[in-house]
Design a protein around this ligand. Structure first.
Ligand code: PLP
Length: 434
C-alpha cells in the first residue's frame, strides 16, 4: 500500500502541539469517506471500524445528512442561542422524548466535554456542593472540570481538580479485588463501597457521573443493574445521577437505545449527556435532564455555538435515518455476529485475553502470550498491520492494550466478515505467526 504523506506530517509537527497523539508511525491523511469506508491522500481505501472515534454513527457522507447540512447552510448558518431556530427546537423535542426522562429539557453544546461540564455545573448549582462521585477508569473529557472526574491518571494531563472527587469501584472487574465475583456479589461489593464512601463525606455530594459502558476505558461494562442499585443509595442521599452517554447513546450498544436502560429498575438518570454520534461528524453535544435540575442555571448561561442550526439539521436528518432504518437492531445483529467471529479468531491466539462487547462497541484485550500481562505494544502493532490490510480500528483501555472496534451502525454482515478476517491477520502479526 502507498500511504506516505511526509510533507503534511512535517508541517503538522511545526504548527500543532507535540501532545496530539497520531495513531500511526506514518500518519494517515484522510481525504473522503462513503458508507463504512474512507480513503487516504494516495487513494488507498480502508474499512472504517472506528468511525472517527464513534462520531460517524450512521455512515460516511450519508446523503440525507449532507443534503440537510447544505440546505441549512444556504439559509442561515448561525443564529446563536439568543434566538430560536426550527431545527434546534425540533431536535430538542425528539431528544427530550427519546431520553425517557419525564418533563425533560435539553441544552445543546458543541462537544461531549462541554456537555459534561454543563451537567457537572448544573448538579453543583442544584445541590450547592462541589463534591462529585466518579467511577474508576472513567473518561469524561479534557476540560478542567471533566479532568477533575477522570478515573485514570494516565488520561488526565493535570492532577489538579476543581472538585473533591471520590472514585467509586464498578467500571472494571476483570482484574483486581473484584475479579471472580458473580454479578450479584460484585454489585453488592460496589454498593458497600459507595455506602462507605458516603459515610466518610461530610454529606452534600452533588452527583455521580458514570459511563454505562466505559469508552476510553476499553469498552468495559459493569453487570446490568449496577447503576439501579447505586440509584437506590443516591436517592436516599439526594444525590443526582449523570449518565454520560457520549459513546453509548443512540442504539450503539444494540440491546438498548441508551446505556442507562441496562440499569433502569429505579428509573432514568437525572441528567444524560450526549455528543459524538448524533451529528454524524458535525459538532453536536448536549445535556438532557429533569426540568427542575436543568433550570438551576441563570439566564446568562448560554453557549454561542451550541444549537447552531446547521449542526441541528445534521442531527435531525441523522436521527431520522437511524430510527427509520432500525440501526439499533442492526448494531445488535451485526455486532453480535462480529463478536462471535472475533471470539472464534481469538480462540486460536494466545495474544488475545478477552473479546467483549455490546452491539457495535467491541473491546479486544491483548496480553503477552502465555501470561496475563497487558501488552500495549502489541495493540500498536495490530493497528499498523490492520492499516496495511485496509482496516482502521482504535485502541485504548486502562493500560492501552485494548483494541477498540466501533464501526458506523449501518455496518453490513459482509463488511463485518471482511473486517474480522483482516483483524485475524493483523492479530497473527502480533503473535508472530505472519
Ligand atoms: N465522555 C465520553 C464517555 C467520551 O468518550 C468522550 C470522548 O471521547 C467525552 C466525554 C468527551 O467528548 P469530546 O471529545 O466531544 O469533548
Amino acid at each position: 500500500m502507498n500511504h506516505d504523506s511526509p510533507s503534511l506530517h512535517a508541517r503538522h509537527q511545526a504548527v500543532l502541539p507535540s501532545w496530539l497523539a497520531l495513531y500511526y508511525e506514518r500518519p494517515l491523511e484522510l481525504t473522503h469517506g462513503e458508507g463504512r469506508h474512507v480513503w487516504d491522500a494516495e487513494g488507498n481505501r480502508y474499512l472504517d471500524f472506528f468511525g472517527g472515534i464513534l462520531t460517524t454513527m450512521t455512515a460516511h457522507a450519508l446523503p440525507e445528512v449532507t443534503k440537510a447540512v447544505s440546505e441549512q447552510a444556504g439559509r442561515i448558518i448561525h443564529t446563536s442561542t439568543l434566538y430560536l431556530s426550527r431545527p434546534m427546537v425540533e431536535l430538542a423535542e425528539r431528544i427530550a422524548t427519546l431520553s425517557g426522562i419525564p418533563d425533560a429539557r435539553v441544552f445543546f453544546t458543541t462537544s461531549g466535554t462541554e456537555a459534561n461540564d454543563t451537567a457537572i455545573l448544573l448538579a453543583t448549582a442544584h445541590r450547592r456542593s462541589n463534591q462529585i462521585l466518579a467511577m474508576r477508569n472513567s473518561y469524561h473529557g479534557r476540560s478542567f472540570s471533566t479532568v477533575g472526574v477522570t478515573g485514570n491518571s494516565s488520561w488526565s494531563p493535570t492532577s489538579l481538580s476543581p472538585f473533591q472527587t471520590l472514585y467509586v469501584h464498578g467500571g472494571v472487574r476483570t482484574r483486581g479485588p473484584y475479579a471472580g465475583l458473580s454479578d450479584g456479589e460484585y454489585i453488592a461489593a460496589c454498593v458497600a463501597d459507595l455506602e462507605d464512601m458516603l459515610q466518610q463525606t461530610a454529606g452534600g455530594v452533588a452527583a455521580l457521573i458514570a459511563e454505562p459502558v466505559q469508552g476510553v476505558g476499553g469498552f468495559t461494562a459493569p453487570p446490568d443493574g449496577l447503576y439501579a442499585a447505586f440509584r437506590e443509595v443516591l436517592d436516599r442521599h439526594g444525590i443526582l445521577w449523570i449518565s454520560d452517554e457520549v459513546q453509548t447513546g443512540w442504539g450503539r450498544t444494540g440491546d438498548h437505545f441508551w446505556g442507562w436502560q441496562a440499569h433502569a429498575e429505579n428509573g432514568p438518570p437525572d441528567l444524560l449527556t450526549f455528543a459524538k454520534g448524533i451529528g454524524n461528524g458535525m459538532s453536536v453535544g448536549g445535556v438532557v435532564g429533569r426540568a427542575e435540575v436543568i433550570n438551576s442555571l441563570s439566564a446568562n448561561s448560554i453557549s454561542t455555538f451550541g444549537g447552531s442550526p446547521v449542526t441541528m439539521a445534521a442531527g435531525l436528518a441523522n436521527l431520522s435515518y437511524l430510527l427509520e432504518h432500525d440501526l439499533q437492531g442492526n448494531a445488535r445483529r451485526v455486532g453480535g455476529l462480529l463478536i462471535e467471529r472475533l471470539r472464534a479468531v481469538a480462540a486460536g491466539l494466545d495474544v488475545v485475553r478477552e473479546v467483549r462487547g455490546r452491539g457495535l462497541m467491541i473491546g479486544v484485550d491483548l496480553v503477552r502470550p502465555g501470561t496475563d500481562e497487558p501488552w500495549p505494544e502489541a495493540a500498536a502493532l495490530v493497528l499498523e498491520a490492520a492499516r496495511e490490510r485496509g482496516l482502521l480500528i482504535g485502541k485504548g483501555g486502562q493500560t492501552g492494550a485494548t483494541l477498540r472496534i466501533a464501526p458506523p451502525l449501518s455496518l453490513t454482515v459482509a463488511e463485518a466478515e471482511e473486517g474480522a478476517g483482516l483483524l485475524a491477520e493483523a492479530l497473527q502479526v502480533a503473535q508472530g505467526q505472519l
